[in-house]
Design a protein around this ligand. Structure first.
Ligand code: 5GP
Length: 221
């Protein structure tokens, strides 16, 4: 026979969460670079666009009225208010990607993660990323320099609260070195892709193996 068994698998919902500045975006970027099977779930947000952000790539930027309408119409799989702005995950693309065996990366906070746990725990693998120190976290936030000093302070205070939630995640990584952290995320994703629950044809495959045993000619003794 010599052919390789190929099962169709369901996609992975990979959630990366961390306080702003812990390195989540850099890890995601590195992940996308060499893995065409995973793409970012592009959220809608009411936050103002930063100068380096592209509509439709980083976020869909919407006003509060549009956001509320999407929420009421059930277009969002989860939603939350973070740092005073609204964020949400559009539902439509998620199921389409998962059922065609493609993976999705979610850059969402713990409130959104908890909502997704309620709806689709079996599809999810979640990772919480911590900064190696607060000095480093502040340095990364300042280097980004997109936000005002007040915003940086607000994000630091928010980081403290966000850190309370590390226990709600499957894995925790301390992001000291980008390459090392990215490699760990790749390993987690590789294992998640192999989980039994993703292989929908396994029942049939095993039944078929069993039927083949059942139909073997009976031998005496
Ligand atoms: P930022 O404004 O820095 O892009 O994101 C702020 C926070 O909002 C981050 O912790 C990010 O993970 C979170 N966030 C972004 N999009 C979503 C979303 O669709 N849902 C939820 N619950 N959080 C989000």
């Amino acid at each position: 026979m010599g052919h390789k068994m190929e099962f169709t698998r369901r996609g992975v919902m990979l959630v990366l969460a961390s306080p702003s500045g812990a390195g989540k975006s850099s890890i995601s970027r590195a992940l996308f670079e060499d893995d065409p099977n995973i793409a970012l779930s592009v959220s809608v947000t009411t936050r103002a666009r930063r100068t380096d952000e592209i509509e439709g790539k980083h976020y869909h930027f919407v006003d509060v009225t549009t956001f509320k309408r999407m929420q009421e119409d059930g277009e969002l799989l989860e939603s939350a208010q973070v740092h005073g702005n609204f964020y949400g995950t559009p539902r439509a693309k998620v199921e389409e990607r998962l059922s065609s065996g493609r993976d999705i990366l979610f850059d969402i906070d713990y409130q959104g993660t908890l909502q997704l746990y309620e709806k689709c725990r079996a599809d999810m693998v979640t990772i919480f990323i911590l900064p190696p120190s607060i000095k480093e976290l502040r340095r990364r936030l300042e280097r980004r320099a997109q936000d005002s000093v007040g915003t940086i302070e607000k994000r630091l205070r928010n980081a403290r609260k966000e850190m309370d939630h590390y226990r709600e995640y499957d894995y925790v990584l301390v992001n000291e070195d980008l390459e090392d952290s990215t490699s760990r995320v790749r390993t987690i994703l590789a294992a998640a892709r192999l989980e039994r629950s993703r292989f929908l044809q396994l029942d049939n495959f095993v039944s078929d193996l069993q039927n083949q045993i059942d139909s073997l000619p009976k031998t005496e003794g």
